[in-house]
Design a protein around this ligand. Structure first.
Ligand SMILES: [Cu+2]
Length: 95
């Protein structure tokens, strides 16, 4: 269960990849917070965002606990996708 106050509140914002999905699938962060992506899955992932002002591409991320990614300053809403699994979607809203 995410803590009260937002899925990422109280810890460094992160998008965990598990069972070919982001967990949680949405969350909030403050302006300037960093997003951290951890691949806890059995599969490679290719996390990226084409959201205006928050464009980033982590490339292929192997299936092991691994923290990468710094998309820069937050916008109003960031949509994070996976190039390998088109159904994967993470929405981060600046609070
Ligand atoms: Cu994926």
């Amino acid at each position: 269960m995410p803590p009260a106050g937002g899925a990422f509140a109280g810890e460094e914002p992160r998008g965990c990849q598990s069972d070919r999905a982001f967990e949680p699938a949405s969350g909030g962060e403050g302006p300037g917070d960093r997003l951290t992506f951890v691949n806890s899955d059995l599969y490679d992932h290719g996390v990226y965002s084409d959201s205006p002002g928050n464009v980033f591409n982590l490339g292929i991320q192997a299936p092991r606990p691994d923290q990468r990614g710094d998309p820069g300053r937050a916008g109003h809403q960031i949509e994070v996708r996976c190039r390998i699994h088109p159904k994967m979607k993470l929405v981060v809203t600046v609070e």
